[in-house]
Ligand binder design. Structure first.
Ligand SMILES: Nc1ncnc2c1ncn2[C@@H]1O[C@H](COP(=O)(O)OP(=O)(O)OP(=O)(O)O)[C@@H](O)[C@H]1O
Ligand SMILES: CCCCCCCCCCCCC/C=C/[C@@H](O)[C@H](CO)NC(=O)CCCCC
Ligand SMILES: [Ca+2]
Length: 587
């Protein structure tokens, strides 16, 4: 294959002559008329070529084509350091080559296109795109049409675009409509929009596999379609933590080249129901309260979280609870090992082998998955009880612009575990120190009132006697708002977007909802300290307090590759042959 695709000739860029070589894996060009020591080589992996066009072509910011006989233009990925984040920005690089003849030009473009097909098997051909026109700063449509669609067109990707008209439209579409022919689903929006796609695809995959999502002991089937995220939300935590930057062009390029990043998913259950799935934060106490408070200030846009964070911090709350957890194997990794899950992460790669030892044989896949969750592990549960400032579970680092290293800086995207962070009740200034450390590189776990555990499952319950306080809270709330019970449930259920399954339970268990939500609202509206908090599940308030969470390793795949190590990549730009398989770069 390699020899068939090899092509070598002289080509011109402007008025300079280059020796260009296509080896199958790389396209390289070296200045021809310089002394050896001064020669610079540019090497682009074929897997990172975005498109090849005849003529002299420009795509961004505006498409322009000069249709000449002897020229062709190669578009490829070009990296640059981001000033504000750890990851690397991907831009569209472009080089216009001139050939001595049209025959040679056609040979180059044909060889390059064949190499692309051969070496990039996961590139999508057809995508289903959902745009939330109201996410973040309400720029979703503009971002897609001006920055993303031209790149998809260049890469020969056809897309079916749906601009949503209501919350949950994307989820419902994925649950019910024909998805034949699509290679992936792209959401243009924030974490809430991603969550809709996540729920739709996981639900659809389990329906088709005949599996029951409600049972936490069932091994769920991984989703066959990839998910792409074009960030256009308020927090965009999933994008930040899987790509390393919030940049629509970088994300579009990851989608185009068919990058594939598996992601752990946490299923949240109450009694015998599935409540929701989460990839980022399942948080009780501070993060739940911030979300509940921020819902009242949606008009502030992304700033609502900063405002609500301050209000909630000043209200100085802690909550009683019992946390039980099933620790993950401590020999594999630790949340305190100070490593970071970066692109090509070894811990995650080894986990793939552990989680899917016989990928070609689905029968054994099921049994091996189930065994990691069988009753054998029941004995290993650990239980703690007390008052907490917050209890957080995250399947990944949950880094975002507010917290560049995230809730758990050493968490892994795809190791089949989550990190449980317990922040015990403490002095307000100590808690502030904990919060503040999220914004710097200081270790937020190196504090006496903070514990972190790498886990496979977590159970949260209220200590005996709390039930009565919860009921009192409901009474107070009803007196305060003087409204029907149903009305305020709608207020706190952001856009009414609980999962369908949970919705039916919600209707059956209205009292339970009130037990959960009323006290926090009461605390916020009536300035009385509530007995219980609410759970924040990737930016949605859960309608239950007592929950059971289980981490499902690598349940979905994103068009991403994890965070690229900016420093390591920069060293590679000195074009060393030793590094060529990992380092790709340009001038
Ligand atoms: N057309 C629509 N009208 C109203 N709500 C919508 C519509 N489309 C999607 N939604 C809902 O809007 C919610 C928020 O959207 P999104 O996540 O895109 O933005 P965000 O909240 O600003 O960002 P983030 O979640 O990153 O904080 C989602 O939960 C989604 O269900
Ligand atoms: C006084 C100094 C205070 C500094 C506090 C900094 C703490 C920052 C931690 C950031 C944690 C982000 C967790 C991610 C949550 C997302 O899944 C979710 C959906 O977008 N966002 C929220 O719930 C939005 C709620 C975000 C809460 C901050
Ligand atoms: Ca994980």
């Amino acid at each position: 294959m390699e020899t068939d695709l090899r092509l070598e000739s002289s080509l011109w860029i402007g008025n300079k002559r280059y020796r260009a070589v296509l080896t199958g894996w790389h396209l390289k060009w070296t200045e021809a008329d310089k002394k050896n020591g001064d020669k610079k080589t540019v090497s682009v992996p074929v897997a990172e070529v975005v498109g090849v066009e005849n003529g002299r072509v420009e795509i961004l910011p505006q498409k322009s084509v000069e249709d000449t006989d002897k020229d062709f233009t190669v578009f490829y990925i070009k990296r640059s350091r981001s000033r504000s984040t750890y990851g690397l920005l991907w831009n569209l690089g472009r080089t216009q080559f001139s050939c001595p003849s049209r025959v040679l030009r056609d040979q180059w473009t044909n060889h390059l296109r064949t190499a692309l097909k051969t070496h990039s098997p996961l590139r999508p051909h057809r995508l289903l795109v959902f745009i939330n026109p109201f996410g973040g700063k309400k720029k979703g449509r503009e971002i897609y049409h001006s920055l993303v669609a031209p790149l998809f067109e260049l890469a020969g990707i056809s897309s079916h675009v749906i601009v949503t008209e209501r919350a949950n439209q994307a989820r419902d579409h994925l649950l019910k409509k024909d998805l034949t022919g699509f290679d992936g689903v792209v959401c243009v929006g924030g974490d809430g929009m991603f969550s809709e796609v996540l729920h739709g695809l996981i639900g659809r995959t389990q329906q088709e596999a005949g599996l029951c999502e409600t049972d936490p002991a069932v091994t769920l089937q991984p989703c066959p379609l990839h998910i792409g995220i074009i960030p256009a939300g308020s927090t965009d935590c999933v994008c930040y933590a899987t790509v390393g930057v919030i940049d629509p062009v970088s994300s579009a390029l990851h989608i185009i080249i068919g990058d594939s990043q598996p992601l752990d998913v946490c299923s949240v259950h109450h009694a015998s129901t599935l409540v929701r799935y989460s990839v980022s934060l399942v948080g009780y106490g501070f993060y739940g309260d911030v979300l509940a408070e921020s819902e009242k200030h949606r008009w502030m846009g992304p700033l609502r979280y900063d405002y609500s964070g301050t209000v909630v911090y000043l209200s100085n709350r802690s909550y009683a609870g019992i946390v039980q957890y099933l620790p993950a194997d401590p020999l594999l990794s630790s949340p305190k090992d100070k490593t970071r899950c970066l692109s090509g992460c070894n811990v995650c790669s080894r986990s793939t082998e552990r989680l899917f030892p016989h990928t070609s044989d689905s029968g054994s896949l099921y049994s091996s998955h189930f065994s990691q969750y069988s009753n054998d592990s029941e004995g290993e549960w650990v239980s703690v009880e007390g008052r907490f400032r917050c209890v957080s579970i995250t399947c990944m680092s949950s880094s975002c612009a507010r917290s560049p290293l995230g809730l758990s800086p050493s968490a892994h995207l795809a190791d089949g575990t989550g990190d449980l962070i317990l922040v015990w009740d403490t002095h307000p200034l100590s808690f502030l120190k904990f919060l503040y450390r999220h914004t710097s590189t200081q270790d937020q776990f190196d504090l006496p009132f903070v514990e972190v555990h790498r886990v496979k499952a977590v159970r949260f319950s209220l200590p005996d006697g709390r039930e009565e306080e919860v009921h009192e809270g409901i009474g107070e709330l009803n007196r305060a708002i003087g409204g029907e019970e149903r009305e305020y449930v709608d207020t706190v259920s952001r856009n009414g977007s609980q999962q369908q399954l949970a919705q039916s339970v919600v209707e059956r268990e209205t009292m339970n909802e009130h037990k959960t939500v009323a006290p926090i609202l009461c605390g916020l509206c009536c300035k009385k300290t509530p007995a219980v908090s609410v759970w924040n599940c990737d930016g949605e308030i859960l309608p239950f307090t007592e929950i059971f969470c289980r981490i499902h390793g690598q349940l979905v795949r994103l068009y991403a590759r994890g965070i690229e190590d900016g420093a390591a990549m920069q060293n590679c730009s000195q074009e060393s042959d030793k590094n060529k398989s990992r380092c790709i770069t340009y001038k």
